[in-house]
Design a protein around this ligand. Structure first.
Ligand SMILES: [Zn+2]
Ligand SMILES: [Zn+2]
Length: 393
């Protein structure tokens, strides 16, 4: 029995080959050639994919949005951004398809925009919904990916460290999956970290210490907060380098062979959780004020990404005080001089004081990654790697 008519079969074949072609393209890396509809098609597809995920988040906010985040943003602004992205992506993909440029990629972008429209586009009404459902941080993923791409890819373009470095450099897919998963599990991570902190550190909290800390004015209190966080981070980071079992987890972060803003996302989720428990546990015991903690979260979020970016700025003597991309790039270098150095995440002077700073280097690292290059590529392989590999300790 024939289920499809001839034209329907032909259309289905077209869609299938467009999906296969686009999937193949997403497996690749390299330069986006101008004039072939590839760069604009990639932009159209990127925006269309985010719009499609966005419309799903509007339909299922209780399962796909982050309570802590949705309290901070205005849904009307998000709707406007989404509408603009749909118009831009739809126009680019339509033009490229019409002119026969990269039809499969642009066609897929167009199909995603049509699917988004069918599902209600940027006008999906949101009714009251329960607040305490299990969720994945899809909204956090969409907004952070869009914002970070605009901000950090923009800075990388204006002040590049390695000028010829491509946007779609090798292994970008692995880092994007790390980025996505780290954002999706934000709810679980917050819950776990809060639970463990209260269990482990609750008995240490003292009103006397917390009152003393909260009596410090905002700016010095913020600097103290960042310093305390960095000292804890320095210790855990150094332990990850010096204790062989822990290194197997941290080697994932160091396995990036090309540095850019997305490379910082490559991190084993257990390492992420353990470091957060240590750092936030110390800050909880000391009892910093909420507005100080809010700014600290922004600072740590910015530096964690920025320090990996392919960016070079004239820092002058400031590079001995704060951690810059120059400083953290050396931490990722596989050059002999840089092994187990530059541990700090905020204040570079910590490494200079403790004798673990890379000294005497005026240029930039020649090689990045793990000496011996034994960490596999791919998110799942990297997730299980620490539990399997013993031989490179
Ligand atoms: Zn490290
Ligand atoms: Zn790093």
């Amino acid at each position: 029995m024939k289920i499809f008519t001839k034209p329907a079969r032909a259309a289905l074949n077209d869609v299938t080959s467009a999906v296969t072609d686009t999937a193949d393209l997403l497996q690749q890396s390299g330069q986006l050639k101008r004039g072939y509809g590839l760069a604009s098609g990639a932009l159209a597809f990127f925006l269309a994919a985010l719009c499609f995920l966005g419309v799903l988040a509007f339909h299922f906010p209780q399962y796909l949005t982050t309570p802590e985040l949705r309290r901070e943003y205005n849904p009307d602004v998000i709707r406007t951004i989404m509408f603009a992205a749909m118009v831009l992506s739809g126009s680019i993909s339509l033009l490229n398809v019409a002119f026969g440029r990269r039809r499969s990629l642009n066609g897929m972008a167009g199909l995603l925009i049509i699917a988004t429209l069918v599902l209600g586009g940027s006008h999906v009404p949101v009714a009251d919904f329960p607040d305490h459902t299990p969720y994945i941080g899809l909204d956090w993923f969409i907004l952070d990916l869009l914002g970070s791409t605009v901000i950090f890819a923009g800075i990388e373009k204006i002040f590049p460290l390695y000028k010829g470095q491509m946007l779609f450099r090798r292994e970008w897919q692995t880092d994007l999956v790390h980025f996505a998963v780290n954002h999706f599990i934000v709810g679980l991570a917050l819950l776990t970290v809060n639970f463990v902190i209260h269990r482990l550190f609750g008995w240490m909290a003292s009103d006397t210490i917390q009152n003393a800390v909260q009596s410090i004015p905002f700016v010095p209190q913020l600097l103290l907060c960042i310093l305390c966080a960095d000292l804890v981070q320095y210790c855990t980071h150094r332990a990850y380098h010096e204790i062989p079992f822990l290194w197997r987890f941290h080697a994932i972060h160091h396995s990036a062979k090309t540095m850019d803003w997305l490379a910082g996302s490559r991190q084993h989720m257990l390492e992420l959780l353990i470091t957060r428990v240590g750092v936030l546990g110390a800050l909880y015991v000391l009892g910093f004020e909420k507005n100080v903690m809010d700014v600290y979260i922004v600072v740590v979020g910015f530096q964690a990404v920025f320090n990996h970016a392919n960016v070079h700025l004239p820092w002058g003597p400031l590079k001995y005080v704060i951690v810059t991309p120059d400083f953290h790039h050396w931490h990722h270098s596989s050059d002999d001089v840089a092994i187990d150095k530059n541990y700090a995440a905020h204040f570079a002077f910590i490494d200079y004081f403790l004798g673990t700073a890379v000294r005497g280097q005026t240029g930039f690292p020649e090689k990045y990654g793990v000496v011996g290059d034994y960490v596999p590529d791919g998110f799942t392989k990297q997730l299980v790697f620490p539990f399997r590999s013993q031989k490179n300790d």
